[in-house]
Design a protein around this ligand. Structure first.
Ligand SMILES: *Cc1c(COP(=O)(O)O)cnc(C)c1O
Length: 404
């Protein structure tokens, strides 16, 4: 437990005038923890001249696959690319429907559209913020091809229920694991339930390569197709272009994309992965500190991790209900920013965005739990980079803002 003594330190008048932190020390939300090992590995890539896709990408694929106890891993340059290629490799296209959650990042929905299919939104369980299997079942039609669950904040979705629905209706599962590198469900790794599991190594995620992503998949045929699609549609042998055994012709076998990861990115990822458990422990500690410190406040706290699962502690989200706090979420954000604490919103529900309203006629009220959470949710800093003092500052700022 991090020692914060929040209530004890919030007191005299000076405290009300001066912000909890100075503006020079603004606490950036989602700051990555980058160490000497990453710097040295990048330098070695630069000095070797091998900047693009090469041995370090292959190494990261192997090590990530082993960490996740998965049969195949394909590195790409984002989780968005991972989701898009997974849709294509799953055979999803025009005329198909894909069910996903209304409480997610836009990329989850956009990649369904990129594949030519129609996204269909299910609402979330208000306690877990995860896709509600009952609403998934209610949204299935004869056109439904796949379900894309998102393990929100690192909390495992109800995979037994989703797998049963998928099996009953012959649907594929593509897991959006952007928050869920360390997540397990009943002893099994998130990302290995679906035919495809898609991971993000964006700057703010649990491990980063700057930009980057990974796809886990169940069989070699899918892995081969993903590799072809990720590199212009050039035949699998084209990847040998990246070895040094002389020139080889390549052949384009379909119209692919430019989604490959670079060795410079993998150089960061290799060391991020080595520190994944240590960073997880630190985030678990901070998460538990917040739960403890905020227990008596009139705000909604995340549900404790479910038995038989491992939470990845990607986000720590609180709900600001103006009926309980006399404060809107947006005012809370503004006040935390005044205290020089950076916060995030994960997420406004998908149907609030004009593009989807115009294209699909979606209304926020159609997914009421996602809509309400989207209006009330705020994510507090949870980076392993936070010092005990940083955590204490976040706690003090939350108390100060709520008691103003
Ligand atoms: C970050 C994120 C993505 C997209 O990841 P990128 O690597 O930035 O493409 C997709 N889904 C969710 C839930 C995310 O949080």
């Amino acid at each position: 437990m991090v020692s914060t003594a929040a209530s004890a330190t919030v007191s005299p008048a000076a405290d009300l005038v001066a912000p909890v932190r100075s503006s020079e020390e603004f606490l950036i939300f989602g700051a990555p923890l980058i160490c000497d090992e990453e710097e040295r590995e990048i330098l070695s890539s630069l000095r070797s001249g091998w900047l693009g896709t090469g041995p370090k990408v292959a190494q990261l694929e192997r090590e990530f696959r082993d960490y996740k106890e998965a049969p195949y891993a394909v590195a790409v340059n984002s989780c968005t690319a991972a989701l898009h290629l997974s849709m294509l490799a799953a055979g999803i296209g025009p005329g198909d429907e894909v069910i996903t959650t209304a409480l997610t990042f836009c990329a989850t929905v956009n990649t369904i559209i990129h594949a030519g299919a129609r996204p269909v939104l299910a609402d979330v369980d208000p306690a877990t913020f995860n896709i509600d299997p009952q609403d998934v079942a209610a949204k299935i039609t004869s056109r439904t091809k796949a379900i894309v669950p998102v393990h929100f904040a690192g909390r495992a979705c109800d995979m037994d229920a989703l797998a049963a629905i998928a099996q009953q209706h012959g649907l594929m599962i593509i897991e959006d694991c952007a928050h869920a590198v360390e997540t397990t469900y009943k002893g099994r790794q998130a990302g290995t339930f679906g035919t495809f599991g898609c991971f993000s190594f964006y700057v703010t995620k649990n491990m980063t390569t700057g930009e980057g992503g990974m796809i886990l998949t169940t069989d070699e045929k899918h892995a081969d197709r993903l590799k072809i699609l990720a590199l212009h549609g050039m035949s699998k042998d084209a990847w040998r272009r990246f070895s040094d055994d002389g020139y080889k012709h390549y052949y384009v076998v379909e119209c692919g994309y430019k989604y490959n990861m670079m060795d410079i990115q993998a150089a960061i990822g290799i060391h991020q992965l080595r520190r994944i458990e240590k960073n997880w422990e630190r985030r678990q500690e901070i998460w538990a500190t917040y739960q403890n410190e905020f227990a008596g406040l009139p705000i909604g706290l995340p549900a404790q991790p479910d038995d038989g699962t491992r939470h990845a502690y990607h986000l720590y989200t609180v709900l600001i209900d103006p009926e309980r706090t006399n404060l809107t979420r947006d005012q809370f954000i503004a006040d935390m920013t005044t205290e020089n604490i950076g916060v995030g919103v994960h997420y406004q529900s998908i149907p609030v965005h004009p593009y989807y309203q115009e294209r699909f006629g979606w209304r926020p009220e159609d997914n009421p739990y996602s809509f309400r959470i989207g209006q009330q949710t705020v994510s507090l800093p949870l980076s392993p980079k936070l010092t005990d003092r940083d955590v204490a500052d976040v706690v003090r700022a939350v108390y100060k803002v709520l008691h103003r």
